[in-house]
Design a protein around this ligand. Structure first.
Ligand code: 5GP
Length: 190
């Protein structure tokens, strides 16, 4: 997606060889009209596939899930919680994910009432790095007896192998841009 690559080059920042900072439009400040284009692009990539719900993980995935649901004409977007707030009293589907940016492991939780057996779920997230967050969401969906119809990443860092792990689990990966490497502060796209 050309406008996404341009945006990363203009407003993003490489940190070392592993991290891309996109706080100007995706992770801190949100560029709303740009995000709507992201939603439309995911909708285009999923054309012809029946999707019942979008699933993501808090916090950065939420805006992406909303614009994608809107573009697909879907009423419900669900996000997994990373903590166990005392408002969450009912039963949950859970799966552990090691955070790429923080290095800590958190248990992702989705209330059982928000995922139903047989539903077709499209998973979205801002980044796909080692695939830990997405794999945990796949596990949650499958434990609910629902189907993963795809995983959409706004930015994939291919060399961190998350997409490979997802494909090994029979998940179709749709990345809107793929980073091949980061060297000396220069981001190279595939
Ligand atoms: P994974 O679970 O695939 O290893 O990492 C994906 C998660 O880590 C995403 O939810 C995202 O929030 C965070 N993440 C991974 N790589 C980056 C990065 O380069 N920049 C930022 N801002 N977040 C990242």
């Amino acid at each position: 997606m050309k406008i996404l690559k341009d945006k990363i080059l203009e407003e993003g920042q490489a940190i070392g060889t592993d991290i891309v900072k996109v706080d100007y439009f995706l992770n801190h400040q949100l560029d709303v009209s740009f995000l709507k284009e992201i939603g439309k692009e995911f909708a285009k990539r999923m054309e012809g596939v029946k999707v019942d719900k979008i699933l993501t993980v808090e916090a950065s995935g939420i805006a992406i899930a909303v614009v994608t649901a809107e573009a697909m004409g879907i009423e419900r977007a669900v996000f997994a919680k990373k903590t166990n707030p005392n408002t969450m009293k009912g039963e949950c589907y859970t799966a552990d994910a090691k955070s790429f940016t923080k290095g800590t492991t958190s248990t992702l939780r989705v209330g059982k009432e928000f995922l139903n057996a047989g539903e077709n779920i499209f998973i979205v997230d801002d980044f796909l790095a080692r695939g830990q967050a997405a794999l945990a969401l796949v596990e949650i969906v499958r434990n609910a007896g629902a189907n993963v119809v795809g995983m959409g990443a706004v930015i994939e860092k291919e060399y961190q192998k998350g997409s490979q792990l997802l494909r090994e689990k029979n998940v179709d990966v749709h990345s809107l841009c793929v980073i091949e490497k980061i060297e000396d502060g220069v981001i190279t796209f595939k």
